[in-house]
Design a protein around this ligand. Structure first.
Ligand SMILES: Cc1ncc(C[n+]2csc(CCOP(=O)(O)OP(=O)(O)O)c2C)c(N)n1
Length: 415
């Protein structure tokens, strides 16, 4: 040892902390919000290495006045925009009612997507029949934006009743709609992300034209499956859109502790050789435009795209969570990207294609539609009245054919 060396500085472990806590306002300057219209839109065949700046910027279309500006303004007419607004409103109303139903013990558990409605709803418009989404539990908007998935059936799943298409085997919100391109949700975080890449690879192997869309939350990007998915997507140039929904929180942990401090989740895509965008997830127009860009890349065999959707989890993580214990109560009101429904509403009103009265009318209609669906779903039973799928069906579908030992167990149960 060199006696002349100064004494070593004690090392310090860095543990990221959110700036805001209950009673202390969040400093949102870490978000680096680009002004609307400022970020360039490269051609879809741009090499992944040339998307580096887009992984650190924030693609936005709607400005503070609700006007659509810049190179990412998408080709959407007023009819499509109104349909999108309605689908977002429907999703929010559905969530609000199911939250109450959970409090009334009609269902055991629920997860809202409050504040994140634009992402799933606008993204779904960029997909085609036959494409397959691999969602998390917070993309109910993908289903509620469609006309061909019955709200009643979704509610029956939530209530685990006699009409539950999953026969009471799954926790509420873990929907499965193969025919609607909505892959069976699993409780194990991040597993669907690699599965989406594998599905996309299969589509390419078969010479098909369908693409996959994989979903993950900011917290779950810390799972190894996230990194495996990126490697496989890059290596095999899989036709997949890799969606990272950065809603700032993973239950009570802030996105910085999942690896978002001083960098972005989009930047992780660039590092893996994947074209990457960071997008305002509360801007319906930006979500649609970026989704179309990524979908076209995938369809033209130009490879995967990673999109980080910057948003805010406005509600509790689930009905089992109380966010007032770990974050400021007014955080969503102060979040710089606002409320996606309000922003699209202001845009449509600015175009002369919507009005506060029409908005109120639509809200009333949707409230009635959701309430009627709930009434019908409850007619097939809820957790309160014991109208649940038969215990015998518990042994089915474990394997394609029921093996002897399951048959024996079923007989032991006397069903
Ligand atoms: C493998 C695994 N680990 C932990 C959990 C428990 N868990 C459920 S949701 C969640 C937080 C996920 O946060 P994020 O990925 O940011 O998604 P968000 O809930 O914010 O939409 C955790 C830790 C789990 N379901 N699976």
């Amino acid at each position: 040892m060199d006696q002349q060396q100064p004494p070593a500085t004690p090392l310090q472990l860095h543990v990221p902390e959110p700036t805001g806590r209950p009673g202390v306002a969040t400093d949102f300057s870490f978000l680096h919000v680009s002004p609307a219209g400022e970020v360039r839109r490269p051609p879809v065949d741009t090499p992944h290495s040339e998307t580096q700046d887009l992984a650190y910027a924030l693609i936005r279309v709607l400005d503070e006045q609700g006007r659509a500006v810049g190179p990412w303004v998408p080709d959407l007419d007023a009819v499509q925009l109104r349909r999108g607004l309605r689908a977002m409103m429907k999703t929010r109303i559905f969530d609000a009612r199911m939250l109450i139903a959970q409090r009334q013990k009609k269902l055991s558990f629920y997860m809202q997507c409050l504040g994140e409605e634009a992402i799933a709803v606008a993204h779904s418009l960029a997909l085609k029949a036959g494409d397959m989404c691999f969602p998390t539990y917070r993309q109910q908007g993908l289903l509620l934006a469609r006309d061909d998935v019955s709200m009643v059936e979704m509610m029956c799943q939530l209530m685990s009743n006699e009409r539950d298409p999953l026969k009471g085997r799954q926790l509420p919100v873990m929907y499965s709609y193969k025919r609607a391109g909505f892959f069976t949700i699993s409780g194990n975080l991040a597993t669907q992300f690699i599965q989406s890449v594998g599905w996309a690879m299969a589509s390419a192997i078969k010479g098909d034209t369908k693409i996959a869309s994989g979903w993950i939350g900011d917290g779950s990007t810390a799972e190894s499956d996230f990194h495996t998915a990126l490697t496989f997507a890059h290596v095999y140039r899989a036709p997949v859109i890799l969606n990272v929904v950065n809603n700032q929180w993973a239950i009570s942990t802030f996105q910085a502790i999942a690896g978002g401090e001083s960098t972005t989740f989009a930047a992780k895509g660039v590092g893996c050789g994947i074209a990457s965008l960071r997008v305002d997830g509360n801007d319906f127009l930006a979500v649609y435009a970026a989704s179309v860009w990524a979908a076209e890349r995938a369809r033209r065999n130009l490879g995967p795209t990673l999109i980080e959707w910057v948003t805010y989890r406005a509600g509790p993580h689930s009905t089992s969570d109380d966010p007032s214990k770990y974050r400021p109560a007014d955080d969503w009101q102060r979040f710089p990207l606002g409320d996606p429904i309000e922003r699209l509403k202001v845009h449509l009103i600015g175009l002369g294609e919507w009005s506060p009265a029409q908005h109120e009318q639509a809200r009333k209609e949707l409230e009635a539609e959701v309430a009627a669906a709930q009434k019908e779903a409850e007619s097939h039973g809820s957790l309160l009245d014991g109208h649940i799928p038969s215990a015998a069906s518990m042994f089915e579908d474990v394997y394609r054919d029921m093996p002897w030992h399951l048959r024996e167990q079923r007989q032991q149960l006397g069903v």
